[in-house]
Design a protein around this ligand. Structure first.
Ligand code: SAM
Ligand code: SF4
Length: 506
C-alpha cells in the first residue's frame, strides 16, 4: 500500500542518493597525480622493508642523529628502524625519540577533547559502529542548542580550550552543518571560578571534502583538518570500504590533504587505523604521505594519529583482527614515527587504557585527550555515562582531565591549553620552520604556562593545584634563565592572568 510515509521515505532516500553521487570530484584527484600515479608506492615500501633487515648499531645511530637534527628520514632509513629487534638498540631508539620530542616541544603535552556531533553515516566501513548497515545504533545529531550545552560543559566545567569535532558522512551533517556547529562552539563563553571559559581552537575529523568546502570551513575557523587513511594498502582498503560507498574511493581520501592545502587549510592531520594491516607497511606509508606533502606544499603533517582498532557495538569485524598490533609493536611504531617525522605533533587518544598511555606518551607524543566522552550528547547528558549504542567504539580511558593533568604534572609535564599559534598565524610553513629550528618552543613555553595558570585557577582540584604549582614554579624559573629578554613582559601577562584576565598570549 502506498502511504504518505512511504512516499516521504522514498524521497528522502533519493535525496541521500543524489547527495552521495555528487560528493566525489574526480578532477580534484587527477590534478595531483604524478604521471597518472599516486604516491603510495607499495613496491618501494616492500623492497625497502625487505632490503633493510638486521640493521647494525652504527647505522641505526647514524639515522637517529638525523632525527635529532629534526630532518625527515628517507624510506630506507625508516625501514631500517622498523626492522630493529635488538632490545638494547630499541631502548636507545626510545630514548632518542623522547629527546627529539623534548627538543621540538619541550615538556609540554597539549590536551583536547573529542566532541561527536552526529552519527548518521552513508558509508559502511566494516570496523565502525556508525556504519550505515548497523541497525542497532541509535542515530542522532546535535541541534545547535545541544551543541551549546555540550560546549558549556567542556569549556565551563571541565576546562577544555581545544576540541576535535567529529562527524559521520551524511547530508544531515554536511559542510553547512559543520560550519554552523563550529560557529556555535566558538560563540559559547562560560563564567568560571576566576575568569571565562571558552573553546579557542576547533579541529575537525570528518570525511574528505572538496577544495571549495574546505575554503569555506577555513573562513569559519577550522583548525587542523584530520582525515585518517585507515589503511594505505589499496586492495585491502577497497575490501574494508565497500565500493558502492563514497569512502570506498581510495584516491578521494588519499588526496584529501592536498585539497586542504590548496584551500589554505595548512594544518593537516594524518592517521592510520592500526590493526587493519601490517603496521610496518602503514608507518612507511605515513612517511611517504608526509614526504609528498613536504615536496608539493613545503609543509608536512601538523599531526599524525595512530589509533588502534577498538571494540565497537555490533561490529564483529573488530573482535579478532588479523593484524592486531601488540602493545610492544605499538610502542615501536610510535617510536619510529617520532624519529621518522621529527617535527610532527603526535596524538595519543583515550582509546588506549591508562597503563598504555603512561607507557606510550613518553615515546614522543605531544597531544592527548582526557575527560573524553564519545557518545552523541554525552557531556551534557548527566544520566548517561558512556553510551554504548550511541558511540562509535569503546574508550579505554575515561579518567577526568583533572586526574590526567595531575598525573602529567607529577611526571614533570606541563599540560598546555595553548591555542595561540593558530590565532597568530603560526600555522603551515611558518610553524614548520619554527618547529624544525626549535623556535616555536619559546612562544609555546610562555603560552603553556599562562594557559596552565588559567586552567589551575578555574578548574583544578586541590591535589592537582599542588602538583601544578610545582610545575609552574619550575617553568617560570626556566623562562627567567633561558628567555631573559621576554621575562618581564611574560611576568606581566602571568600576573594579569592570576588576577583573572583571560586569553593573553605571545
Ligand atoms: N566519518 C569520518 C571518517 O571516517 O573519516 C570521520 C569520523 S570517524 C568517526 C573518525 C575515525 O574513527 C576514523 O577515521 C577511524 O580511523 C576511527 N575509527 C572507526 N572505527 C573505529 C574503531 N572500531 N576503533 C577505533 N577507531 C575507529
Ligand atoms: Fe562513517 Fe567514518 Fe564510521 Fe566509516 S569510519 S562508517 S565513514 S563514521
Amino acid at each position: 500500500m502506498i502511504t504518505a510515509e512511504n512516499i516521504n521515505q522514498r524521497k528522502a532516500t533519493a535525496d541521500v542518493d543524489s547527495w552521495i553521487r555528487e560528493r566525489i570530484k574526480p578532477e580534484q584527484i587527477v590534478k595531483y597525480l604524478d604521471n597518472g600515479k599516486h604516491f603510495i608506492d607499495e613496491g618501494l615500501i616492500e623492497r625497502e622493508l625487505a632490503a633493510n633487515t638486521k640493521p647494525n648499531a652504527a647505522k641505526v645511530r647514524e639515522i637517529m642523529a638525523k632525527s635529532l637534527a629534526i630532518q625527515t628520514l628517507t624510506p630506507a632509513e625508516t625501514a631500517t628502524l622498523l626492522n630493529v629487534d635488538d632490545t638494547n638498540l630499541l631502548a636507545e631508539m626510545e630514548q632518542t625519540a623522547a629527546k627529539v620530542k623534548t627538543k621540538v616541544y619541550d615538556n609540554r603535552i597539549v590536551t583536547f577533547a573529542p566532541l561527536y556531533l552526529g552519527n548518521y553515516c552513508v558509508n559502511n566501513c566494516v570496523y565502525c559502529g556508525f556504519r550505515n548497515s548497523n541497525k542497532t545504533i541509535k542515530r542522532s545529531k546535535l541541534d545547535l542548542e545541544q551543541v551549546r550545552a555540550e560546549t558549556e560543559v567542556l569549556a565551563g566545567k571541565i576546562g577544555h580550550k581545544r576540541l576535535i569535532v567529529v562527524y559521520g558522512e551524511h547530508p544531515q551533517t554536511d559542510v553547512n552543518y559543520i560550519a554552523e556547529t563550529i560557529r556555535t562552539i566558538y560563540d559559547v563563553k562560560v563564567k568560571t571560578r576566576k575568569g571565562i571559559g571558552q573553546i579557542r581552537r576547533i579541529n575537525v575529523n570528518a570525511a574528505p571534502m572538496s577544495i571549495e568546502e574546505l575554503r569555506f570551513l577555513k573562513e569559519v575557523g577550522l583548525g587542523t583538518f584530520q582525515v585518517f587513511q585507515e589503511t594505505y594498502r589499496r586492495d585491502l582498503y577497497e575490501k574494508l570500504h565497500p565500493q558502492n560507498t563514497i569512502k570506498g574511493d581510495y584516491l578521494w581520501r588519499l588526496y584529501a590533504m592536498h585539497r586542504a592545502m590548496e584551500a589554505g587549510v595548512d594544518d593537516v592531520g594524518l592517521g592510520v587505523l592500526f590493526g587493519l594491516y601490517d603496521w610496518k607497511f602503514e608507518v612507511m606509508s605515513l612517511l611517504l604521505h608526509a614526504i609528498e606533502l613536504e615536496k608539493k606544499f613545503g609543509i608536512g603533517p601538523h599531526t599524525i594519529s595512530f589509533p588502534r582498532l577498538e571494540p565497537a557495538e555490533n561490529t564483529p569485524f573488530v573482535e579478532r583482527p588479523k593484524y592486531k598490533v601488540s602493545d610492544a609493536d605499538f610502542g615501536k611504531l610510535v617510536t619510529v614515527i617520532r624519529l621518522a617525522v621529527p617535527y610532527t605533533g603526535m596524538i595519543l587518544t583515550a582509546r588506549e587504557n591508562a597503563k598504555i598511555r603512561r607507557e606510550i606518551l613518553p615515546l614522543g607524543c605531544t597531544q592527548t585527550d582526557a575527560s573524553s566522552n564519545i557518545g552523541i550528547g554525552g557531556y551534557a547528558d548527566v544520566n548517561t555515562e558512556q553510551q554504548g549504542n550511541r558511540q562509535q567504539f569503546i574508550l579505554g580511558d575515561i579518567r577526568s582531565l583533572d586526574t590526567v593533568v595531575r598525573e602529567l604534572a607529577e611526571a614533570g609535564y606541563i599540560t598546555s591549553f595553548c591555542t595561540a599559534g593558530y590565532r597568530c598565524g603560526r600555522t603551515g610553513s611558518k610553524i614548520m620552520g619554527l618547529l624544525r629550528s626549535g623556535k616555536e618552543g619559546c612562544f609555546c613555553k610562555l603560552n603553556a604556562v599562562i594557559t596552565f595558570r588559567e586552567w589551575l585557577d578555574d578548574f583544578a582540584t586541590e591535589a592537582t593545584m599542588q602538583a601544578g604549582e610545582k610545575v609552574i614554579a619550575e617553568e617560570i624559573r626556566q623562562v627567567k634563565e633561558k628567555l631573559p629578554q621576554i621575562y618581564p613582559q611574560f611576568m606581566k601577562f602571568y600576573k594579569r592572568t592570576t588576577a583573572g584576565h583571560r586569553d593573553l598570549y605571545f
